[in-house]
Design a protein around this ligand. Structure first.
Ligand code: HEC
Ligand code: HEC
Length: 325
């Protein structure tokens, strides 16, 4: 009897306990817009959901079909393919440090991190499903039942829990291990060229791509939008004339890998992006006043800025098994 008891205690101490709040918050980041504690069990189940095609109408596509870890959960296709190979109208952005973003999607159409999945789920060109049906399919699937029991002490899952689990996974996509992060932490130096690039970047780009996350999350028209475009950006949400052609300022982390660039994938390289800011700006009524004359670069500036942008690549984020299915 005593032996059994000792054995029992032994096994108990071996079972790994799910950690509450197991993601460390980067100390050099600003205060997050959403403060979400990541529970390890919920995160693990959320990860399985993220990669499960059960989320699409014909069980072919998952969140992970359009958001790939090796490119910071962006999509290298200009426009992702949804169910029945349908093509969307905007480039899938990188998913990283979402807790620091106030709103989501290029037009900020979703203002709450937990509601993000409803958008791709119900979009006819993406997953083309309904939450009711997903909950039904998940409850029928069995695969998840023991995990759901452990986490929620119930046999079945509801839509709120599905959203919570996906949020746990998305919110845990924290990229804070780039060379630039090491520099901000005071642990390493940038090269002379990278430092010069950083300083050029701050003066020329920093009014929008601000701070350690390279975004102030405002909506701006950076001259990509042009007369006749059908994608009106922020205007589609606000219906305010002065929002026409404005898009959310994206973070530039891992930018080296997330081509093609801009909401409409119109630029294919970082060189093309700099050419755009210098001489490719489309002049429309809502163009940001700071870009009216373009951004002028001296000889060597472009190379320096690109060298700096490459310090934003976080190899650990791109390859860690933690996020892998
Ligand atoms: C068919 C491809 C596709 C699928 C499937 C898909 N996405 Fe996306 N995702 C996109 C595109 C395209 C955008 C940009 C859309 C826009 O801004 O209008 C996007 C945007 C996002 C964003 C906004 C990021 C930001 O910084 O604003 C999040 C978060 C996101 N997706 C999460 C998910 C989750 C979670 C799922 C699964 C439930 C999912 N996506 C399924 C293509 C897809
Ligand atoms: C007035 C604000 C503003 C300034 C200044 C600005 N940007 Fe941007 N940037 C934006 C906006 C807004 C977008 C998204 C536009 C879109 O998709 O239509 C963007 C997009 C980008 C992208 C593409 C990101 C992606 O994920 O597709 C890169 C790269 C970029 N900017 C680099 C720069 C650099 C380098 C500079 C300075 C030389 C700069 N930006 C100056 C507002 C700005």
């Amino acid at each position: 009897m005593k032996w059994l008891f000792i054995l029992f205690i032994f096994f108990l101490s071996c079972t790994p306990k799910a950690k509450e709040d197991f993601m460390a918050m980067p100390k050099h980041f600003p205060k997050p817009s959403y403060s979400i504690k990541i529970n390890e069990n919920k995160f693990e189940l959320g990860k399985q959901l993220f990669f499960d095609p059960i989320f699409s109408k014909d069980s072919t596509i998952s969140c992970g079909s359009c958001h790939h870890q090796d490119v910071a959960f962006a999509d290298s296709r200009p426009f992702s393919l949804g169910v029945r190979n349908q093509v969307g109208k905007r480039n899938a952005p990188a998913l990283q440090n979402l807790m620091w973003s106030k709103s989501f999607f290029w037009d900020g159409g979703v203002g709450n991190i937990e509601l993000i999945p409803l958008n791709p789920i119900t979009n006819h060109k993406e997953l083309d499903e309904s939450m009711v049906n997903i909950v039904f399919k998940l409850n029928r699937a069995q695969t998840y039942s023991s995990q759901i029991k452990t986490i929620y002490q119930t046999d079945t899952i509801n839509s709120y829990q599905v959203l919570e689990l996906l949020t746990q996974y998305q919110a845990a996509l924290i990229s804070d291990q780039s060379k630039f992060d090491d520099y901000l932490r005071g642990n390493s130096k940038l090269s002379t060229e990278e430092m010069q690039g950083y300083s050029l970047f701050q003066t020329k780009c920093g009014s929008c791509h601000e701070g350690p996350l390279q975004s102030n999350y405002s909506f701006r028209n950076n001259g990509i939008y042009k007369a006749g475009d059908t994608d009106l950006g922020r205007y589609e949400i606000s219906i305010i004339e002065s929002d026409k052609g404005k898009f959310k300022v994206p973070s530039l982390r891992n930018i080296e890998l997330t081509a093609p660039y801009m909401h409409n994938s119109s630029l294919t390289s970082l060189e093309a992006v700099l050419n755009h800011y210098e001489s490719g700006i489309h002049k429309t009524a809502t163009l940001d006043s700071s870009l009216r004359n373009g951004i002028l670069f001296q000889t060597g500036d472009r190379e320096k800025i690109i060298a700096f942008l490459k310090t934003l690549t976080d190899r650990e984020f791109l390859k860690t098994n933690r996020y892998r299915r």
